[in-house]
Design a protein around this ligand. Sequence first.
Ligand SMILES: NC(=O)c1ccc[n+]([C@@H]2O[C@H](COP(=O)([O-])OP(=O)(O)OC[C@H]3O[C@@H](n4cnc5c(N)ncnc54)[C@H](OP(=O)(O)O)[C@@H]3O)[C@@H](O)[C@H]2O)c1
Length: 352
Amino acid sequence: VIIVKRNVALLGGTGTIGQRFVKILEDHPFFDLTLIVGSRKKAGKEYGRAVHWLLGSEVPGYVKNLKIEEFKASLSEEKDIDLIFSALLADVAEKYEGILRTQGFAVFSNSGAYRMNNDVPILVPEVNPEHIKLADFQRERYGGYITTNPNCSTYGLAMILKPLEKYGIKRVFVSTYQAISGAGYPGVSGVDINGNLIPCIGNEEDKIRRETKKILGEYRKGKIRAWEIDILASCVRVPVRDGHLESVIMEMEENTEIREIKETLRSFKPLADLPSAPSRPIIIREEDDRPQPILDAYTREKDRAGGMSVVAGRLNISDRYLRLFLLVHNTIRGGAGNAILNAEYALKKDYV
Ligand SMILES: NC(=O)c1ccc[n+]([C@@H]2O[C@H](COP(=O)([O-])OP(=O)(O)OC[C@H]3O[C@@H](n4cnc5c(N)ncnc54)[C@H](OP(=O)(O)O)[C@@H]3O)[C@@H](O)[C@H]2O)c1
């Protein structure tokens, strides 16, 4: 099969998530990153000079000399852009992504600006692929469409809950231990976080609840009926660079053999082959002290898919309470990687 590569633009390419996009899009088989849009203060500068690069010693060569552009309404004409990735902060995203949608673009966004809109999917292709159909309704109304990523902690929880749904979940409690990179750059002050824990992350607890209920909700005729099971979240910022750890406790209808639960999670692979799809979206560790951010955040199942899986461990069940820890890479699968997988999926389903 010959794939014609699509030209893509990246909004907010200098930020924490933007840099992940740049890294993952290097040599991507479907997408050519040809335009990076930044804030006014960086516009006109070469990417390699303007960015405070965080992901290794070198800015990737293919973008080093690319000039950052300011947002313009005529994006499409200049570089023949086919689709847009957005790593903008919510307030700017609301404006720019909205404009691009009305120009007929498909926008794959990380920001929270449109996540809870009724006609916008929060897409995790392994969990709720049918939600992409909401794009049809947006296209009718605006010409283009926006799909969003979940908040960085939400995706891991949704991925685990989906295959476990069949055992009868009554309620979910989740406590998160979230890395500093989740707050963007420069993010949390070193003075506040060094040797410390901060038991407050914006309105993250509410986001986890609402977004998970939407992702696991049932799609029917252009509407999503939220998942009925309730989720209670507590979120803590911890002095870790990358990787959110989550302690999950599920009240179940009955006790199921833990071996069967592990096997169900291990064999969960609902998505056909796409370049960024991990061969195993859920990886189970058997050691008593895993998963850990430093050891497991980048777990790699194939070339492009490092950091795209959820790593779970410490699974046990007693008295109908199923307990486990899970780990997600917050800027890869919890950010840029999921948006890129969404775009690959959209392309495959003729939505681009
Ligand atoms: N960090 C995570 O783990 C994570 C995970 C999931 C989702 N998200 C979401 O992803 C988005 C980006 O987060 P981040 O952590 O990457 O934030 P960040 O590090 O603060 O980066 C923000 C980016 O937005 C750009 N920007 C700001 N104002 C702009 C303007 N007026 N015009 C054009 N560009 C502008 C910045 O450009 P300059 O460099 O020029 O200022 C920078 O590239 C947010 O919506 C966030 O909620 C983050």
